[in-house]
Design a binder for this molecule. Structure first.
Ligand SMILES: Cc1cc2nc3c(=O)[nH]c(=O)nc-3n(C[C@H](O)[C@H](O)[C@H](O)COP(=O)(O)OP(=O)(O)OC[C@H]3O[C@@H](n4cnc5c(N)ncnc54)[C@H](O)[C@@H]3O)c2cc1C
Length: 356
């Protein structure tokens, strides 16, 4: 008996991770990608830098990828030390013994995560059909089309620069309402963004203020800046399955509701969807066991963070700067007893725009 080809809609990290896992198990896989190349939503004008968080597990994320059979053949900058500021421009040094996160590139370029995943999938025999936007899947398959609604937006510039590598963050509602402004520099290129969770209509004003603040605080100098913006969707569904397909990544709403560090979660969901197709286990059960506790905690964290406001962000940053930030963030992201108790309140308080 031959096993049917599995179709996947979307060649983002979630879809490609699922494809890699299925192809490794010997299945025929076709991935449909709506655009002409991978990473298009991050690279249609330029590349983008993002942080692959390394704090939710003690085990290093790149080691974990290797164990899971996912390529690590993309450019990274291990980030051990950075600087944060509050609204009064007070400075906090954020440091950790092991990398807090890995800076990496997104988009269609040669060094990006997207291209590395694409190459690995192709080397395993996965067929990628570009310019193919799927509305439905014909057989059992995986929907991995990315976000459906904007719960947060991240807007700013990607640029060339002579600045040293590093990362800087500012928590100030005047720059990024209920979010944070960030500056990432790697190998002569940089990304500066306002990641806002509210008041999207004034996006332009917040981006201008963010650039001005980094110019003043750390001497930001952009060469040939190209503007770039994207959305994030944070939603915990009741089910991520319909009769035919499994939804993975942001298509399902899987994200880090606190700050939008969704890459790890979306790739994990791709692995779990592949596992369920291969073994017949329930995908809903798998993601509820392995991903939902962290996502529930992140909803509580989002509600608390939103309520902190400018004065509270200073307190939060001080706390992170007082020890190993990797340990302290791991604690914040855990589904502790306190988070469990607060979750019913947080669920009522936080409403994804997808559910409205
Ligand atoms: C500006 C910005 C900064 C971010 N920074 C970080 C960060 O620092 N750290 C972090 O962890 N996360 C970050 N994120 C979030 C992270 O990028 C996403 O969580 C992740 O890319 C989601 O992966 P995905 O595979 O679910 O979806 P996507 O990456 O959106 O990929 C979906 C793919 O599916 C394609 N597609 C859509 N519909 C169809 C269809 N019907 N048929 C075929 N193809 C389709 C799309 O073209 C796209 O290529 C950021 C997001 C943005 C916007």
């Amino acid at each position: 008996m031959t096993e049917a080809t599995i179709e996947i809609a979307g060649a983002g990290p979630a879809g490609l991770t699922a494809a890699i896992s299925l192809a490794k198990a010997g299945r025929d896989v076709i991935v449909h990608e709506a655009y002409k190349e991978v990473g298009y939503r991050f690279g249609n004008t330029y590349q983008d830098f993002q942080g692959l968080e390394n704090w939710t597990t003690e085990q290093d994320i790149l080691e974990l990828f290797e164990q899971q059979g996912i390529t690590t053949d993309f450019a990274t900058l291990a980030c051990y030390r950075g600087t944060a500021f509050d609204y009064k421009q007070r400075q906090y040094d954020i440091s950790s013994k092991k990398p807090l996160f890995y800076m990496l590139e997104r988009g269609p370029g040669p060094r990006t995560l997207d291209t590395a995943l694409l190459k690995q999938a192709q080397s395993l025999g996965v067929e990628i059909r570009f310019n193919s936007r799927l509305k439905t899947l014909s057989g059992q398959g995986i929907m991995a089309g990315g976000p459906k609604a904007a719960d947060a937006i991240s807007a700013g510039y990607h640029f060339a620069t002579e600045m040293e590598d590093g990362y800087w963050v500012i928590c100030d509602d005047n720059l990024a309402p209920k979010g944070y402004a960030y500056l990432l520099i790697m190998d002569g290129m940089g990304t500066v963004k306002s990641c806002m969770f509210d008041d999207f209509k004034q996006e332009k004003k917040y981006v201008e203020r963010t650039v001005a603040a980094f110019e003043e605080l750390v001497g930001l100098k952009m060469i040939e800046p190209k503007s770039h913006a994207g959305i994030g969707n944070f939603y915990i569904p009741d089910t991520a399955c319909n009769q035919q397909y499994r939804m993975v990544g942001e298509q399902a709403g899987f994200q880090d509701t606190l700050w939008g560090f969704g890459m790890r979660l979306v790739m994990s969901s791709g692995l779990l969807a592949a596992q369920s197709l291969l073994t017949g286990e329930s995908y809903d059960q798998l993601w509820r066991q392995q991903l939902k506790p962290q996502m529930d905690a992140s909803v509580v964290n989002r509600c608390i963070f939103s309520l902190l406001g400018n004065k509270g962000y200073g307190w939060f940053l001080r706390k992170q700067s007082q020890g190993d930030a990797r340990h302290s963030l791991r604690k914040e992201y855990q589904h502790s007893l306190m988070k469990k108790v607060l979750h019913p309140w947080a669920k009522r308080y936080y409403l994804s725009r997808r559910a409205q």
